[in-house]
Design a protein around this ligand. Sequence first.
Ligand SMILES: [Zn+2]
Length: 219
Amino acid sequence: MTNYEEVREELFAAVQMALDEGLLRISEGNLSLRTPDGYVAITPSGIKYKQLKPEEIAIVDLDGRHIDGPCKASSETPMHTAIMRNLPEVGAICHTHSPFAMTFAAAGKDIALINLEAMGCGAPIPVAPWATPGSAAGGEVTVTLFQQRPDLKAVLLRNHGVVAIGENAEDSFDKAFKAEVAAQIYYQALQIGEPVIISRRQLQQTIDTYANFTRKERT
Ligand SMILES: [Zn+2]
């Protein structure tokens, strides 16, 4: 049996960051991370995040069958494994019920490209069609959107929450965090006027400037 200590610790660290930033409350939301041997480490079902221990993180296969760990995997495992099966480039998933993003998910309204956080998620952040929570459909509706736009890193599940994807656990947390900040700022901007959307040209200029900066840093 492979020792999953390292993947559990990596996922646990992302859970702590999400807790610290208010993205996870009580036991809502769930995170997963692909293991080096092709399984999925996922937060357990029904455990309060403040009491979670790394060893309680479950290991399942890509069909959601239990492989290792004392706890039952999250009830939203079918959504996570559907994404992992269909998008092999995804290393980790951060699914949250963060309140501002949930507000847009409840209104069925995309989060527009209004700031750098939205840009980091590949905004506009679309709303996926309704899918029964706990079913593989939740994964399938997001896969369709992620496949249509390779730069997209976060999707809203209608009347539910956020699904953010990343290369690793911290990266997927980062995208979920950015989606929540973008949602909060967009919501606030809508209260005081008409939010100004970043244009395609401004987006490209920002991407080019950033690419130049990182190129210089490497040399
Ligand atoms: Zn959920």
